[in-house]
Write a protein that binds this ligand. Structure first.
Ligand code: FE
Ligand code: ZN
Length: 266
């Protein structure tokens, strides 16, 4: 049975191909094994996405936008220009700020595209229109949840980011694969080690990021269970965080961790 319980049948999970873009962004091709129809999540720029489509013999049938920042949607219009009617999906909140958007979604919306079932979870905090897309056992979190970190609070409040990370995304099955918008894992792990020294999961994350960097490999995917173990922004209810940041309110703690990270040079 699928994890969302909608029907009985063989479990076929999507194949996800990370496409490095710009300096440290990831776009992702997402398709069913055996199908050449593919989605792309967050195409910052068209060139690397077109090259990956050609390399893997895939046909682009839709774009998903996690939020309106140009390093996530900068390739939308160029990719759509040569593909008439290409669906471009974004949050209703971003109706006027995602280039080329054709389909607006709200929290809990589901739709089928490229043979895949997509579920939308609104996750305000980094921006107010941020949305994560759950596709089978994978979630695409944009700049909301990074491996070992989270995005800056450009538009939302600490309470919104707490709800997005620690209530909404944390409720996904622990083995859900996490694909985020940037390769920030090494510096996130250095910060996490300062916040929570002695956490073995953070030490392991730092080692994994270092090895990946040396081999020029991406650190994605993570999992929800791994983030709950090593990500400071998902661990704000832990007693050591209450003590370090002097508050019993987890949203307040999250705001203080975020402010410390904003000034962290490590
Ligand atoms: Fe962003
Ligand atoms: Zn970004």
């Amino acid at each position: 049975m699928r994890q969302d319980g909608l029907y009985w049948g063989p479990m076929t999970q999507p194949r996800v191909v990370p496409v490095p873009c710009l300096s440290d962004n990831y776009a992702y091709l997402v398709h069913l094994p055996g199908s050449t129809d593919t989605l792309v999540v967050d195409p910052s720029e068209p060139g690397p996405v077109e090259a990956a489509l050609a390399q893997h013999g895939l046909t682009l049938v839709g774009i998903l936008a996690t939020h309106h920042h140009m390093d996530h949607v900068g390739g939308n219009e160029a990719l759509a220009a040569s593909r008439e009617g290409l669906p471009i999906v974004a949050s209703k909140y971003d109706e006027n700020r995602v280039p080329g958007v054709t389909k607006l979604v709200n929290d809990g919306d589901t739709f089928d595209i490229a043979g895949l079932h997509v579920r939308c979870i609104t996750v305000p905090g980094h921006t107010l229109g941020a949305v994560s897309f759950v596709i089978g056992d994978a979630v695409f979190t944009g700049d909301t949840l990074f491996i070992g970190g989270c995005g800056r609070l450009f538009e939302g409040t600490p309470a919104q980011m707490y709800d997005s990370l620690c209530v909404r995304l944390a409720a996904l099955p622990g083995d859900t694969r996490v694909y985020c918008g940037h390769e920030y894992t090494a510096s996130n792990a250095r910060f996490a080690a300062v916040v929570e020294p002695g956490n073995d999961a953070i030490t392991k994350l730092a080692e994994r990021a270092k090895a990946a960097g040396q081999n020029k490999e991406p650190t994605v995917p993570s999992t929800i269970a791994a983030e709950l173990a090593h990500n400071p922004f998902m661990r704000v209810r832990e007693p050591s965080y209450k003590a370090r940041y002097g508050s019993d309110d987890p949203a307040t703690v999250l705001g203080k961790v975020r402010a410390e990270k904003d000034n962290f040079r490590g």
